[in-house]
Every structure is written in structure tokens, then in C-alpha cells.
Design a protein around this ligand. Structure first.
Ligand code: HEM
Length: 461
């Protein structure tokens, strides 16, 4: 497959073809309905019907949707300079400000240099102890709920992942800052609403969701401000956590208010990017395992064998092979970041199609991870695909749960370790069973959630 510079068209002297195939304008109403209701079906049907290059005209927007590993490599890595963060960026910025997720250019490079070292392997080892400790508290809580009826697993995972981030990144117990999880939810819901309504509803209208958004954002700012003040009074021993590094880096800012704002944006970004993705990963893993007794049994066996009855330490991660395979397969089927959107900074050509400057280009991990050319029985939950000793000729970019290229997830090691530890610690002593007559439906918001949260019955293993 040719990704760029369409040599055949060029050789014939005809230049690139105009636009990829896609649904006709007459289907606009259906597409808009899917955009509001079932975005995963929208993308999957487009890929099934039109192939690896699709033009999706949805309302006033035209999406250039590319669904092949070569295209993902080109957009996310090889020519990433030409593709800045795309759809939803404006809304995400209103929610998150100018943090690492939403910034570009020199500012992004500078921020990445400050933040990336916090997630290096030697620090992750220390973060492992925090994860194990927080997970033990959560498992103890679940134990008390065994046999009492459906438990909101997503809620449990969200508190856990926020708690872990508070302690690993900020050295703080976020449990004392009530409602922070709900504040993140309100901020995200509004950002998603603005995105889906394609900016048609002015943000100054005093609608209830708008007011909720402002209140939530103000609450988050206040929490982060308190954390920063507390830390400035109480520096850590090595000064190498995120907060200390940020405080140090914004000292160079001439206007202290700009520095403070940057720090708040950065922390809110990290907390949001890090907690919801990992909580979604765990929710989907528990859901998939709950429907597969054989996988559940193997997980239980591995957890008992590797961990015995002690808390996990970083070195255990390499031994929790099957557990990691289950996590990898879970985020293949349900990648928390289900869509990667970019805006072309200048004109380009992909797969022989002309991409105008300003075009919305989309790579969709959800559909890529189910591409029939690269995955056998793509709908099947089969952790064996990720057995480390199993040879595969699958292209690297057919599996991109953490993105790729310069904008690759900074927190991937922490996220993977946390998911594996929590899964192992829960499966070691508990069984999570599906609740009959309660369907589990994916909801593609900023991340891929379980609609209404995942509820499961908890039993002792
Ligand atoms: C299983 C859990 C996670 C998944 C699936 C995930 C996925 C992703 C993906 C796909 C991207 C790239 C987005 C794009 O290119 O548009 C990303 C970026 C990012 N992630 Fe994660 N993430 C996870 C956990 C975390 C954690 C634990 C943290 C931090 C504590 C984190 C912080 C970030 C940040 C700051 C970025 C932006 C990086 C940049 O643009 O330079 N993530 N994540």
C-alpha cells in the first residue's frame, strides 16, 4: 500500500485524486444522528463500507478518516510536524487550558521535557509501591461488598486511579478534596457536548450544563492552587515529583500569573489524562474477564502463583505475563482513547488523495484494532494474541492504544503497571460477575467509557 505521494497517479502526470470515497450528502441526517448517538458505529460502518480511506461529511465538517497502519505511521510520526491536535482541541483547551495534551510547538516541547522524566523507569518502580498500596485499600473495600448486590466498578476504579495520581504525581491524598472526580466528569461532559453540537450553542448562554462546567473548572483550579501552595511550603526530599519540577520550571516565567496558570493547566491535564484512561482500561478488562471463566481462572492462578499473599512490587510485573496480555487485549477491543484527531497545517497527500490545509484528519484506534487484515476474528476476546513468544507479522501501527510518534502517551508505563497490578490483586481473591439483564454498552466520549458505569456482582474467589 502506498501511503504518500501516490506514485501511480503522479507517474501518469495526473496528480493526486481529489477526495476519498465516502457516504453521499443524502446520508447527512443519519450521520449526524450517529455522531450524537453511536460514534463507534459511525466509524466502523464507514471503514467497513468504504475501506482504508474515507471522506465523512458530517454537518459542516468533513473528516478525512484513514484506517491503515501505514497511514497512522505517516500522520502520527513520519509527517507529524504537519498534523497538530485536531477536532475538539478548542473545547479541550477550555476544559484543560494549555497543558501537555493540548499545546503545540515550542511550548509543548518545553513542557514535555519537564514532565517526561517523572515517568521514567526508575521512578515507576517507586510508583509501583503506591499503586499496590492504593489497590490493597480498594480490594479490601470490595471484599466488604462481596455478596451484597451490584457494585459500581467504574466508580471504584475512578477513585483508585485518582488516588494513585494524587500520590505518585503530587505526593498528596486527593481523598480530602471531595468531589474532584465529579468535577472532572462535568468538565468533560461539557467539552464533549460542545464538540458534538459543533459549536452551534454559544458558550456564554447560562445553560445549566454550562454553569456546572464553570463551577467544576473553578473547583479544580482551587484544588490545584491549594496543592501548589502546600507544596511550596513543604518541598520534597529529591524535588523530582511533577509538582516540584513544574514549580521550578515556571519560575523562569516573567509574569508570575502566567506561570501559575500554566502550572494549574498542566496538573489538571495530567490528572484528567491519567485517571479516566486507566479507570476505563480496568472497567473493560473486568467486563471482558467476567464473561470468560477460563481467562478468569488463568488470571487467578497467575496472581496466586506470582504474588502469594503479599503486595506486588515492581519486579513482579515481568512475571504477571498473562495478566499483562489480558490488559493489552482489553485495550485492543476498547482503546480508552478511541480516536486521534489532527488538523493539517499545510496541504498534503495521503494514499493518493489530496489533503487540503486545515483538513480534519482522523486515525481511529477502535477501528484500527479491529481491522480484518491485521487481526483474526477481530471481535473475539483472545489474550493469546499478545503472548510475548508468539511470532507476529502484524505492523507496529496496527496497535496504537497509546498513540505514536512525538505525542505518544507520557503515562503509558504507569497506566499499564497500574492496570496489571489492580487486575491481579482483584482476581487473586475475588470474582466479578456480570449483572444479569444489565447490558454493558460502550460510550465514546473523550474516552471510551461504559455507559452509566460498569456494575458487577462481587464474590469471593
Ligand atoms: C491505560 C491508560 C492510558 C491510555 C490508554 C492512554 C492513551 C493515550 C493516548 C492514545 C495518547 C495520545 C493522544 C494523541 O496523540 O492525540 C495519550 C497522551 C497523553 N497521555 Fe495517556 N494514556 C493512558 C494513561 C496515562 C497516564 C497514567 C497519564 C499520566 C499520568 C497519561 C498522560 C498523558 C498525557 C499528558 C498525554 C499527552 C502527551 C503529549 O501530547 O505530549 N496517560 N495517552
Amino acid at each position: 500500500m502506498t501511503v504518500t505521494n501516490a506514485p501511480t497517479a503522479r507517474a501518469a502526470g495526473r496528480g493526486p485524486r481529489k477526495a476519498p470515497p465516502g457516504p453521499p450528502r443524502t446520508r447527512t441526517v443519519k450521520l449526524l444522528r450517529q455522531l450524537m448517538g453511536d460514534r463507534l458505529a459511525l466509524m466502523q460502518e464507514a471503514a467497513d463500507e468504504y475501506g482504508d480511506e474515507v471522506r465523512l461529511a458530517v454537518g459542516p465538517k468533513t473528516l478525512y478518516f484513514f484506517n491503515h497502519p501505514d497511514y497512522a505511521k505517516y500522520v502520527l510520526t513520519d509527517n507529524s510536524e504537519n498534523y497538530h491536535k485536531g477536532i475538539g482541541l478548542h473545547q479541550a483547551k477550555r476544559a484543560l487550558g494549555d497543558g501537555l495534551l493540548t499545546s503545540e510547538g515550542d511550548q509543548w516541547r518545553k513542557q514535555r521535557r519537564v514532565i517526561q522524566p517523572v515517568f521514567q523507569a526508575k521512578r515507576i518502580a517507586r510508583q509501583a509501591d503506591v499503586v499496590a498500596d492504593e489497590a490493597a485499600t480498594m480490594v479490601a473495600r470490595l471484599r466488604t461488598k462481596a455478596g451484597t448486590g451490584p457494585v459500581n466498578i467504574t466508580g471504584e476504579m475512578t477513585s483508585l486511579t485518582l488516588g494513585v495520581l494524587g500520590r505518585t504525581l503530587l505526593d498528596e491524598d486527593l481523598g480530602g478534596h471531595g468531589g474532584i472526580g465529579h468535577a472532572f466528569e462535568a468538565v468533560q461532559d461539557q467539552a464533549m457536548f460542545e464538540m458534538l453540537s459543533l459549536g452551534a450553542v454559544p458558550t456564554w448562554l447560562p445553560l445549566p450544563r454550562q454553569l456546572r462546567f464553570r463551577k467544576a473548572r473553578a473547583h479544580l483550579e482551587e484544588v490545584v492552587r491549594e496543592l501548589t501552595v502546600a507544596r511550596e511550603r513543604r518541598p520534597t526530599v529529591d524535588g523530582e515529583d511533577v509538582l516540584s519540577r513544574l514549580i521550578e520550571s515556571v519560575r523562569e516565567e516573567r509574569d508570575p500569573r502566567v506561570g501559575e496558570q500554566r502550572m494549574r493547566d498542566e496538573l489538571i491535564t495530567l490528572l484528567l489524562a491519567g485517571h479516566e484512561t486507566t479507570a476505563s482500561t480496568l472497567s473493560w478488562a473486568f467486563h471482558l474477564v467476567g464473561g470468560d471463566p477460563e481467562v478468569r481462572e488463568r488470571l487467578h492462578e497467575e496472581a496466586v502463583r506470582v504474588l502469594g499473599d503479599r503486595l506486588p512490587v515492581y519486579e513482579d510485573l515481568n512475571q504477571l505475563t498473562y495478566t499483562s496480555m489480558v490488559v493489552e487485549e482489553s485495550i485492543r477491543l476498547y482503546p480508552p482513547v478511541w480516536m486521534l484527531s489532527r488538523i493539517a497545517q499545510g496541504p498534503d497527500e495521503i494514499g493518493g488523495y489530496r489533503i487540503p490545509s486545515g483538513a480534519d484528519v482522523v486515525i481511529c484506534p477502535y477501528t484500527m484494532h479491529r481491522h480484518p487484515e491485521f487481526w483474526d476474528a477481530p471481535e473475539k476476546f483472545d489474550p493469546e494474541r499478545f503472548r510475548p513468544d508468539r511470532p507476529t507479522d502484524r505492523p507496529r501501527y496496527a496497535y496504537i492504544p497509546f498513540g505514536a510518534g512525538p505525542r505518544f502517551c507520557v503515562g503509558n508505563n504507569l497506566g499499564m503497571m497500574e492496570a496489571a497490578f489492580v487486575l491481579a490483586m482483584v482476581m487473586r481473591e475475588l470474582r466479578l460477575e456480570p449483572v444479569p439483564d444489565r447490558p454493558v454498552v460502550p460510550e465514546a466520549m473523550l474516552s471510551l467509557r461504559v455507559r452509566g458505569g460498569l456494575h458487577m456482582n462481587v464474590e469471593r474467589a
